[in-house]
Write a protein that binds this ligand. Structure first.
Ligand SMILES: NC(=O)c1ccc[n+]([C@@H]2O[C@H](COP(=O)([O-])OP(=O)(O)OC[C@H]3O[C@@H](n4cnc5c(N)ncnc54)[C@H](OP(=O)(O)O)[C@@H]3O)[C@@H](O)[C@H]2O)c1
Length: 354
């Protein structure tokens, strides 16, 4: 195995170099300070998104760090609410303005909910932005069921394949069909939720951590790197921001990689949103109670749902105008469902075809 270091990069099919360890900033409420700390720790790759509402803070940290822009690799993402040709071109310019950058290294399509036509229009717009020097691009958020389908959709449309794909990826959710497809098409796979959103109490992981004298997060990140993925751990805690980079003075033996490989639960192991499943949940909810996905989602309560949606217990956190958050109490994991404004019900039906 090639010796890995904190400055290791992978060359993308686009020709660009991407640092193998990325720093996630989802739900980071001190983004500027965390990103500055991450730069001090040695990260050179930051994963943001329009939906995280922290592009400006990432941009500020980049400027305040004094690190030349070209030494950094910065990602953002566009969600389906803004998909479509014109709106994507506008969205790219808006992200550039928020970051105060001349270019973004990686622009992901954050989710597939816009449907085939708008997905491809979004992808074409990102290609144009790339040709204009504004970004490298890819498509993101694919699931075991649909990921290959979305990539095939691009290929069948005669468009250039993306160079990166970002999916939830850790020992419990290894997304093997997508990973195999990406490998076959020279697509680098980024791993989100690589440290299980901090739920690190598994016995196998703990035993391996003890064996190597490491913490569980380091074991998972090392596993991810050794599998050839690009993990994107998030932390807002300065100590953990640093400890999550201490991955390069040990190597997991084959049997320990195999033990972690054996934890795979397929899509049942997913911790984050899984677009296809999430939409199935919404469809189920809608079939059971149309009010659930109407504009009055605020009125939906756990008791209105959980009796009929077993085995999932539904809890709605305060929805904003077009978004609601569903927590599946059965695994205590959050799934984010982005709805489409006044078109929600129609879209829910249409989204059967995502
Ligand atoms: N494309 C997408 O739709 C998508 C979806 C999800 C995530 N992502 C990207 O991937 C990144 C990572 O995913 P994630 O943030 O969901 O989950 P994650 O990185 O697996 O876990 C983050 C959680 O783990 C905790 N943590 C960090 N280091 C730790 C350590 N050493 N020991 C114990 N706990 C630790 C963090 O708390 P503290 O902050 O307190 O340390 C936080 O609660 C995101 O930030 C985002 O950039 C993308």
């Amino acid at each position: 195995m090639t010796t890995l270091t904190l400055v290791s990069t992978t060359r993308l099919s686009s020709g660009h170099l991407m640092p193998l360890l990325g720093f996630g900033v989802y739900q980071n409420y001190t983004t500027r300070d965390s990103v500055l700390e991450a730069f001090k720790a040695g990260y050179r790759h930051v994963d943001s998104a329009q939906a995280y509402r922290n592009e400006a803070h990432v941009g500020e940290a980049v400027r305040d760090s004094g690190i030349p822009r070209e030494e950094l690799f910065i990602t953002t993402k566009i969600i389906s609410k803004f998909h479509g040709y014109e709106s994507t071109l506008k969205g790219v310019d808006e992200s550039l303005a928020r970051f105060q950058f001349d270019y973004i290294d990686l622009f992901l399509i954050h989710d597939p909910f816009a449907g085939r036509e708008r997905r491809l229009a979004t992808y074409k717009a990102l290609q144009e932005a790339k040709d204009a020097g504004k970004c490298v691009l890819t498509i993101s958020l694919l699931t075991p069921d649909s990921g290959v389908k979305h990539l095939e959709e691009i290929r069948n449309a005669g468009l250039p394949m993306p160079s990166v794909n970002q999916i939830e990826l850790h020992p419990f959710c290894q997304q093997r069909p997508i990973v195999a497809y990406c490998r076959a098409h020279s697509i680098v796979v980024q791993a989100y939720c690589p440290i299980l959103r901090g739920k690190l109490d598994d016995a196998t992981i703990a035993a391996i951590a003890t064996k190597y004298g490491r913490d569980p997060a380091q074991i998972l990140l090392r596993w991810s790197l050794q599998k050839g993925f690009v993990p994107l751990p998030k932390s807002a805690n300065p100590t953990r921001i640093h400890s999550n980079t201490h991955l390069y003075d040990f190597e997991l033996a084959e049997e320990d990689v195999a033990a972690l490989d054996a934890l795979d639960e397929g899509k049942d192991g997913a911790l984050s949103w899984n677009p296809v499943d999430a939409m199935e949940f919404v469809l189920l909810a809608w079939l059971l109670d149309p009010r659930f996905v109407s504009a009055s989602t605020a009125s939906a309560t756990p008791s209105s749902m959980d009796a009929r949606s077993a085995p999932i217990d539904w809890v709605l956190l305060p929805p904003c105008e077009f978004e609601l958050e569903i927590v599946s109490a059965s695994r205590n994991n959050s799934i984010h469902v982005i709805l489409q404004g006044s078109q929600q019900l129609q879209n829910c039906k249409a989204l059967r075809d995502i």
